[in-house]
Design a protein around this ligand. Structure first.
Ligand SMILES: NC(=O)c1ccc[n+]([C@@H]2O[C@H](COP(=O)([O-])OP(=O)(O)OC[C@H]3O[C@@H](n4cnc5c(N)ncnc54)[C@H](OP(=O)(O)O)[C@@H]3O)[C@@H](O)[C@H]2O)c1
Length: 492
């Protein structure tokens, strides 16, 4: 923006600007360059948009601050201590050190064996420490917890909250297990606890649940919450490679840990689902109450059969609140190939919320990684800092319900058998299904497989999980069944 002083009052504005237009456009190289100018002897300022060549709103002149007048608003820069200098912690530190807009002051970095962590780009004023008490007894008003794990992190977060410090954390296991208690502790101490990065990393779904969507009454949340599982499943889908090969590839690329059980068997996703349910559905549900099914049994052939049904396979976490019952589970599921979930590829995350008034809302993005997660952490930090500058907060009791938790969803089902082929197999299975009141929708059998190890699929019309379960046990015990039946819900 430029101020042109003393523009002659008798000249019309376009005439003044016309000769200048080429000059300033070439300077700014921008069609949106704007001028602020005033007529000589006048205190009226005009803003001119060069791209439109029109005069917009008259402005009041900018005032020079009186030398002696005090600043109308007292601005304090919040002091911030960072605990954990690993993947996310170092990425957060980078942002805190590189952004010089005076929004915070990094005072401490805490990590075990801290000497090896020191970086030249961190200002000399920052204290590196491996003494937690140095942080808890410091003048930092906000502590960022990024050490991970549960026991030490809980000690740190409780210590900070009891010392009157607000806390930002990305720790899903901590929040999933102790979130309601820690939120209560924070509120009781007049502090804040923000955990926006603990689910879906860089996708701001938790802040949206707690602010942008809190005006709705949400009743459903579903998501692809584990990037490792989505990477493996979408790789099998794309190239029809075996499960073991997709897992090895994910490990080689750093998307899966050497022991990937927490991801593959659903432990990671159900912790995240319990946090989403806490923030969005206002319910207290522990991860252990949510059934998790593994993706280990999925193979390339399942994507062939799923495709015949117009579907693909994804690890879906879902929670539906119906009255005082929470239907919740995590596991591989068939979803329409053309649906939002069906189109999520590689290690992305997606969350869909369903509200009574606002309907469905979708969030998609990078669910992990140092930089995207660091953005979520720093965004939480800014939110806490803003609230701190607004003064002390009233203690607000946390109103959570503890619902009955069940996985007894009613859906159509995909059952994939691997059998030693012989006459009477379909009749044997149909008899068991019929005895349990279950209706077959279709039988699919692809040619080209050995009779000694023949995969085929039965789909069922909608029925409850609890109704199907005993039938599955009976069918898997039949002598021709080479392995337990793979059973997946078909979601619409
Ligand atoms: N990475 C992601 O993409 C991602 C995404 C979303 C959320 N998160 C969450 O963010 C948190 C941090 O994850 P991360 O990937 O940054 O982990 P990380 O790379 O393992 O970093 C953790 C850091 O904390 C230090 N540390 C661990 N335990 C400690 C203790 N008891 N005392 C002092 N220092 C300790 C570690 O030191 P050493 O170097 O000695 O191990 C390391 O520097 C976790 O809660 C994680 O679930 C991570």
């Amino acid at each position: 923006m430029l101020i042109l002083p003393d523009t002659p009052p008798d000249l019309t504005i376009p005439a003044v600007l016309r000769p200048l237009r080429n000059v300033f456009l070439s300077v700014f190289s921008s069609a949106n360059a704007r001028f602020l100018f005033r007529a000589s002897g006048s205190h009226t300022y005009y803003e001119h948009d060069l791209s439109l060549s029109r005069i917009t709103l008259p402005k009041t002149p900018p005032r020079k601050p009186a030398a002696s007048s005090p600043s109308p608003r007292k601005t304090t820069v919040p002091r911030v201590a960072l605990a954990g200098f690993g993947t996310v912690g170092s990425a957060v530190a980078k942002i805190l050190c590189e952004r010089t807009d005076g929004l915070w002051r990094l005072t401490h970095i805490f990590n075990r064996s801290v000497e090896r962590k020191k970086q030249p780009w961190v200002p000399g004023s920052v204290i590196w420490t491996e003494d937690l008490h140095a942080v808890l007894h410091s003048d930092a008003e906000i502590v960022i917890e990024l050490i991970g794990g549960v026991t030490a992190a809980e000690e740190l977060v409780r210590g900070a909250l009891n010392a009157g410090k607000s806390v930002v954390t990305a720790n899903k296991q901590l929040i999933a297990r102790h979130g309601p208690d820690l939120l209560q502790l924070a509120s009781g101490n007049g502090c804040q606890l923000e955990y926006g990065a603990s689910v879906a990393g860089g996708v701001p779904v938790l802040p949206a649940l707690r602010t942008g969507l809190c005006g709705d009454r949400l009743h459903g949340i579903a998501g692809i919450l584990n990037g490792t599982c989505n990477y493996i499943l979408s790789r099998i889908e794309t190239d029809r490679i075996p499960f073991s090969e997709a897992l090895e590839e994910a490990q080689a690329r750093g998307y899966a840990e050497a022991d990937a059980s927490e991801d593959l068997d659903g432990g990671d996703a159900r912790a995240k689902l319990s946090i989403l349910a806490l923030a969005g559905l206002r319910v207290r549900v522990s991860p252990a109450e949510i059934r998790a099914r593994t993706i280990r049994g999925i193979d390339a052939i399942d994507f062939d059969y799923a495709a015949e049904l117009g579907c693909t396979i994804r690890q879906i976490s879902r929670a539906d609140l119906k009255g005082s019952t929470l239907f919740a589970e995590v596991g591989p599921s068939l979803v329409p190939a053309s649906s939002p979930f069906g189109r999520v590829q590689k290690n992305l995350n997606m969350v869909l919320t369903s509200g009574e008034y606002g309907g469905d809302v979708a969030f998609l993005g990078a669910g992990a990684g140092g930089d995207p997660t660091a953005v979520a952490v720093v965004s939480d930090l800014m939110c806490v800092a803003e609230n701190l500058s607004a003064g002390p907060r009233a203690h607000r009791p946390l109103l959570l319900v503890s619902p009955k938790v069940t996985c007894d969803f009613e859906t159509p089902w995909y059952l994939r058998f691997v059998v030693n082929d012989q006459p009477g197999i379909i009749a044997g299975l149909a008899a068991i299904l019929s005895a349990h009141g279950l209706n077959i929708d279709a039988v699919l059998q692809k040619p080209g497989f050995e009779k000694a190890s023949l995969p085929f699929v039965i789909t069922l019309e909608a029925c409850r999980d609890a109704q199907l379960h005993p039938a599955l046990q009976e069918m898997s015990a039949l002598p021709f069944a080479l392995r337990p039946c793979l059973c997946l819900p078909i979601l619409s």
